[in-house]
Design a protein around this ligand. Sequence first.
Ligand SMILES: [Zn+2]
Length: 270
Amino acid sequence: MAQADVAKWQIQRRRCPGSYQGGGEMSLPSHDPILPLDLALPCPAFIKYAAEIAHAASVPVSVHLDHCLKPSDADLALECAFDSIMVDGSMYDEEGNIKYVKSVVDRAKGKGITVEAELGRMEGGEDGLPTMDLESVLTDPDMATDFVKKTGIHFLAPSFGNVHGPYPAGGAEKHWRLDRLEKIHAALGDATPLVLHGTHPLSDKMVQVGMARGMVKVNQNRNIRNGYHKYIAENCNKVELTTLQVEAVEEYSKGVERLMVEVFDSAGKA
Ligand SMILES: [Zn+2]
């Protein structure tokens, strides 16, 4: 399976290696994102551990570092066993963003690591990502074409009204600029897969609306944690810790599987 195809079923299983269970039965390929805050852990050893478990799964699973805001994080990530890195240079001006992203792409080439980058600015804060004061800037289709050409990135995360963290009233249905997303996809074509950020909350229907407009990698975060949180809240201090951990991860897995089967149509695609 090609890297882009594997990435199509991106699922968040961060810090829950046990959640790889179950994917094999339904042949669900996936992509496992890690955020820079995890780099506070002893990075190379932790990522090596996560990658070994992911790569030993009976379905294709890749390990991804999301939103690499600091060049020092990118430097460290390139020394770890990641399969892909998202370089978030959206705080730079156009020239600075291109320079930062290209420097990572150039170094990642020899390591077999693919690179995703953001163009434009998605608002909102999520899991250690800063809430920016900057105005949300929508991705310009022509600039996106130029950006991909100059940087050599493999995936593009466009800004078209999507936000990190809760959406304002009206949700994605109101705030997504689908005309903009369609223009970006048309300008780049299938050669540059798009990545959907800002999926909290997002209805199943809107995920599919994005997928129909070029989104081949769909980030998931809080959506699929609900069952896990509910189980922990209801059972903490009531069952043994080992039982709590195992069964909470089982609940997490159910959330992952539901999305992959019912929304992404991933069953049997590994
Ligand atoms: Zn994101």
